[in-house]
Design a protein around this ligand. Structure first.
Ligand code: AKG
Ligand code: FE2
Length: 478
């Protein structure tokens, strides 16, 4: 399986994203990182980013002040962010900042490139720190420009990350795109004119012993409009040790984080690798690291608990297909046809192998390892076969995990001992003119057990032209 070739960052950055979009270029593979995850349809108030009126916090009416403080506390503990209104910064000043940002990005590319940063730093221009008071803290302002993008389902404006700051304030323009991950669901931050989004950063999560959350967030691209935002990051003094405040550690809430220095630098290193850094501050790191963010791709989609009459992956008894009893044979053929047309997959019962391979010492397996540009796994050598008809056969072990998407719902493929799962592939869907479906499928992880599977892919001859079979094209099915 040939993987997409990944251009080194140095080469990629010779041309900035804005230039590539202006030249209508397709995105390089590095930029394709969205995976069909869904966005919460914000309808109930509980799924809306909290809005806090900061002017009420100094209100002379005690109950109004109290109420807003409660809202603020709950926002920081459950969301780790809120939209601040009544903040006292004039609308005309905020408009001016946006105007200046727009004017900067509208300049000719050559002029901007003079301020460009290198790969080791980040993809952008300028970004010189503004010392507030050297003994105290540092403010960093970042002006983000997101070009319109023809592939919003594939390309992200900014990949998922949590900020390494103490806290961050974000001024959006009127194009939505920023999303916050809450309960495994991406929630869009609505654009409220002149509101500022306040986000807790990792350092605040550490200092509050996890009471305030540092939320993972990302930015979507928009196919029609550009988007500009200004993010101001507040960093505590770099050399100062940070750690949970004493008053926030007790028996009920034991110390989650240790004391550490220079968290901003550590965060930056992990951020560049697409990983969160907060685990490095954890008091007890159990089994090493948190997963890199590129592995965090499951939204909060649910697997339906089909307890009552439930759609189940069809099981086909292959022996019946050659049964001497005509009606039994007929019936099984009907089941097979309906399985392929509606599910694009079915299970058959047969045999078991494979565990032995994964139990080999890592050194042995590494000899068969594929490079990152291919895919993450071992082997995958091609076996020429007579009948390459565009399907896949999968042998599972006894740990469930494989799921098939049917009617927008993930259905778990049950582990039937010695059964094989047959999946229609895209090429078969093409050859049958869409009569058989090539189902979308995925594999969940489990927290306690490892699992193994063997997949055998049948590909048609690569040079052979494929297309719908004549007999499957007619007036009803163009
Ligand atoms: O563009 C935005 O709205 C968010 C920017 C952001 O998260 C960041 O710069 O860290
Ligand atoms: Fe951010």
């Amino acid at each position: 399986m040939a993987g997409a070739s990944l251009l080194p960052m140095e080469v990629l950055l010779l041309k900035r994203v804005q230039e590539r979009v202006l030249d209508s270029e397709e995105p390089p593979p590095q930029y394709i990182c969205r995976n069909g995850d869904t966005t919460e349809d914000v309808s109930s108030p509980s799924s809306m980013i909290p809005i806090i009126d900061l002017s009420l916090l100094s209100s002379s009416t005690p109950w109004a002040k109290e109420e807003e403080l409660e809202k603020l506390k709950s926002a920081l503990c459950s969301w780790g962010c809120f939209q601040a209104i009544g903040h006292g910064i004039s609308s005309s000043f905020l408009d001016k900042i946006r105007q200046v940002a727009r004017e900067f990005f509208e300049q000719p590319m050559e002029k901007k490139k003079k301020l460009a940063k290198t790969v080791e730093e980040f993809e952008g221009y300028g970004a010189d720190p503004i010392p507030v008071d050297p003994a105290e803290a540092c403010l960093n302002a970042r002006f983000n420009y997101y070009s319109p993008c023809q592939w919003p389902d594939l390309v992200l404006g900014l990949k998922p990350h949590a900020d390494g700051s103490g806290h961050t304030k974000i001024l959006q323009d009127d194009t939505e795109g920023l999303q916050v991950l809450k309960n495994d669901q991406w929630v869009t931050v609505p654009t409220i004119p002149h509101a500022l989004l306040v986000l807790i950063g990792d350092q605040m999560e550490i200092m509050t012993n996890g009471v305030f959350k540092s939320p993972v967030h990302r930015v979507l691209t928009n196919s029609e409009r550009e988007r500009i935002s200004v993010a101001v990051f507040y960093y505590p003094e770099p050399n100062k040790e940070i750690g949970p405040e004493d008053g926030l550690v007790d028996e009920e809430r034991p110390k989650l984080f240790k004391k550490m220095k220079d968290y901003g630098d550590i965060h930056r290193k992990y951020y560049l690798k697409g990983m969160r850094a907060i685990h490095t501050a954890k008091e007890r790191v159990l089994n090493g690291e948190e997963p890199p963010l590129r592995y965090i791709c499951k939204g909060s989609d649910t697997t339906k608990d089909f307890s009552s009459p439930s759609p189940q992956i069809p099981i086909i008894d292959l022996s019946l297909l050659s049964s001497p009893t005509p009606w039994a044979k007929e019936e099984e053929f009907e089941k097979l046809k309906s399985a392929l047309c509606s599910w694009g997959c079915f299970q058959i019962k047969i045999c078991q192998v494979a565990r032995e391979f994964f139990e080999l010492p890592m050194e042995e397996k590494k000899k068969l390892a594929k490079g990152v540009g291919e895919f993450e796994g071992y082997g995958d050598d091609h076996i020429p076969a007579e009948d390459g008809s565009g399907h896949t056969i999968i042998l599972q072990d006894d740990v469930e995990g494989l799921q098939v998407l049917k009617n927008d719902q993930w259905v778990t493929v049950p582990t039937i001992p010695h059964a094989l799962l047959v999946l229609i592939g895209d090429q078969m869907e093409i050859m049958t003119n869409g009569v058989f479906k090539s189902p979308v499928h995925r594999v969940l992880t489990t927290s306690e057990r490892e699992s193994m599977s063997v997949a055998v892919f049948f590909y048609p001859e690569p040079n052979k032209e494929i297309g719908p079979e004549d007999g499957l094209v007619n007036e009803e099915r163009p």
